[in-house]
Design a protein around this ligand. Sequence first.
Ligand SMILES: Cc1ncc(C[n+]2csc(CCOP(=O)(O)OP(=O)(O)O)c2C)c(N)n1
Length: 369
Amino acid sequence: MVDTVKFYEYLVNHDLDFFTGVPDSLLKELCACIKDRSDKEHNIIAANEGNSVALATGYHLSTGKLGVVYMQNSGEGNAVNPLLSLADPKVYSIPMLLIIGWRGEPGVHDEPQHVKQGEVTLRLLEAMDIPYKVLSDNFEADLEEMVKIAKAESKPVALVIRKGTFAKYDAINKTKIQMGTLLREEALRIILEETGDDPIVSTTGKESREIFELREANHQGHEHDFLTVGSMGHTSSIALGLSFGTSKNVWCLDGDGSFIMHMGSMAIAGANAKDNFKYIVNNNSAHESVGGQPTVGSEIDMKGVLHACGFAKVYEAKTEEEIRNSLKLMKKDGKCALILYTKQGSRDDLGRPTISPVDNKKNFMKQFK
Ligand SMILES: Cc1ncc(C[n+]2csc(CCOP(=O)(O)OP(=O)(O)O)c2C)c(N)n1
């Protein structure tokens, strides 16, 4: 096991003090440590992992230093383009250190959305000619070796992090922004009551897990819910595509981290959606599912963004009454959106879908026949 603070201090003491990335559950301890100990200018929680590669590139341009980019291996896909067409030695040759959480490592049980990504994590790095090490307890040696290569060859290098590598980190700053008073799960219970048999497309992380469990608790089936277990940030586009093939109201249940990750998709939705596209974003200003790292959800004018993207009707709700009233109006409106404000938190015993993604898809598609 690697001492999280020592690892962080080693980086900073070796001039690796600019961090950027998207939080990951396997890197929860490290992300919490970086957030506690780096100031805002030295830890940019990015919209997506590709943005982080670009941020590290810009930082290198003005300082000559290596940026540190942290991500879950799911984010490798988002990072591929800037890694190959920006940072690669055949283009601008930018050194940086990638720290990649290895969900779905072969032989280690994980959720379906991580299996394929886990299988190809190392092969993807090899295909991109990115030297890597799977971080061992002798982290100083691993870091020294990788940073030496990054500097000598002026290219990205990676440390791949197995589950359980980082020791528990006790956060110094435990304050959390609370955007509302209801928990996400409580708000979802109300939404499921109001949307009845309409199709739902829900986002990555605990939101979909909670929807699954609420259906179980209500003795309902899961055939109306497309639980987007992976592919963070694409929920609204799946819902948009779906809405073109049906006259039913399509409810997209998104998270603020997911909304921000691919915010451009809302411009496309706003410009193209039919009247049956109903968008709900849960703004808890956090990546709550992976440890509560903050998003900029509390700092941006989400309502203004949605208006500007073409959603004339944008509701906001914090209480049960406000949620029910908004949903009643949304059913009659054309394309429209609701920003939900909830407080952070979830049950310790929250389960995971027991139906495979393929079965979820097959059951879900039956309603459109
Ligand atoms: C491309 C990608 N990067 C990172 C992750 C890890 N991840 C899973 S859920 C999540 C947080 C989602 O935040 P938000 O949409 O705000 O929903 P919340 O967890 O707050 O309900 C993250 C970062 C991922 N699944 N995919």
